[in-house]
Ligand binder design. Structure first.
Ligand SMILES: *[C@@H]1O[C@H](CO)[C@@H](O)[C@H](O)[C@H]1NC(C)=O
Ligand SMILES: *[C@@H]1O[C@H](CO)[C@@H](O)[C@H](O)[C@H]1NC(C)=O
Ligand SMILES: *[C@@H]1O[C@H](CO)[C@@H](O)[C@H](O)[C@H]1NC(C)=O
Length: 319
């Protein structure tokens, strides 16, 4: 286009020069023609100036745009004899600006697509990263040269762009299960207190368990979330162990009752009864004592060596 504009200019100038030699009517009409052309391009350049004077539509801070705009201003300073340059300036600016506008339309389309895809909860993580980076790059490229814009637009991700949606997302069901509900500690604490409000062991003292229940009660009356969480974890761990040991104690007591029922030796029966009483009392003792009595009574199936076991049991109970 530069060449064609230049050619027009040269032809016009050539005619002017030729006309200079032999003055006549053609000279006047061609000179008029020149002035008309100049007026037309001056008007076009002025229009560009008034449209972009305030740097609207993404044209601010664009060095390349600035360069072309300044040539438009300098074009407005040219005389009628520089009509060829004027046409060049107009053509260059218009071509540059049309390409710029086209690229910017393409950029804003790409940004919109990325925005829509980023709103999907189940977008694959590496595609999420790609589209987030792309948005930033696209937004920054607005003030860059047309060449840079083209380069950024032609930097696709074969994995994340121009592929079916199901190739860049994972199944929705997996996302719904990954969002855990916040734990309502107070409601759990109230359930625990409710569950143990009527102690199955009546009037018997159960110091270690009472201590644990007291911790729960205290945690219910605090605002400290971390303290609530730690107390809950502590209590759940303790109560799980306690339940297991109490179950084992109950099973052991049942076994002993059967042995006792079959025992004919009264002395031996007395010892077995004593051990069984120990097992029952262990229900309200510490986890440590529950474990010890279970270990000691593990191998007792008859009266053999009961005396020795009784000594050990007593020793444990005294510590
Ligand atoms: C360019 O446009 C502005 C705003 O319309 C105007 O003030 C200024 O005089 C114009 N410049 C030229 C060289 O026409
Ligand atoms: C236009 O000409 C005037 C006076 O000659 C000058 O001051 C001004 O800088 C010129 N503008 C451009 C854009 O060349
Ligand atoms: C109790 O004695 C009966 C008969 O003597 C026997 O069949 C049963 O196995 C014994 N039970 C235990 C728990 O030792």
């Amino acid at each position: 286009m530069k060449t064609s504009a230049l050619t027009i200019g040269i032809i016009l100038l050539a005619r002017l020069v030729k006309v200079d030699g032999r003055r006549g009517t053609t000279e006047i009409s061609e000179t008029l023609e020149l002035y008309k052309t100049d007026a037309k391009y001056t008007a076009l350049l002025k229009e560009i100036n008034s449209t972009y004077h305030g740097r609207p539509h993404n044209t601010a801070n664009n060095l390349e745009f600035e360069k072309y705009f300044q040539t438009v201003l300098s074009g407005l300073n040219l005389t009628v004899y520089d009509i060829a340059d004027k046409i060049d300036i107009y053509t260059d600016f218009t071509v540059y600006n049309q390409i710029r506008l086209e690229l910017e339309r393409e950029i804003s389309k790409t940004i919109q697509v990325a925005k829509n895809l980023l709103s999907l909860k189940n977008l694959l993580p590496h595609c999420r990263t790609f589209f987030m980076d792309q948005q930033v790059q696209m937004a920054a490229s607005i003030s860059q040269s047309n060449l840079m814009k083209m380069e950024i637009l032609n930097n696709p991700s074969p994995e994340c762009e121009n592929v079916e949606l199901n190739q860049i997302t994972f199944l929705e069901t997996t996302t719904t299960t990954t969002t855990p509900k916040p734990i309502n500690y107070d409601s759990i604490f109230r359930d625990i207190l409710q569950k143990y409000s009527k102690r199955p062991w009546g009037n018997l003292k159960y110091l270690e368990f009472d201590e644990q229940i007291w911790q729960v009660f205290m945690a219910l009356n605090t605002d400290d979330k971390i303290y609530k969480k730690e107390t809950l974890i502590g209590f759940m761990g303790y109560d799980k162990d306690r339940e297991k040991l109490d179950k084992a104690l109950a099973v052991r007591i049942g076994k002993f009752k059967k042995i006792i029922a079959n025992e004919t030796d009264s002395n031996c029966k007395g010892n077995l009864l004593y051990l069984n009483k120990r097992l029952s009392l262990a229900m309200f003792e510490t986890l440590e004592k529950k474990r010890k009595i279970l270990v000691i009574t593990n191998y007792i199936h008859s009266c053999v060596k009961h005396e020795e076991h009784l000594k050990i049991v007593d020793k444990i109970n005294k510590t």
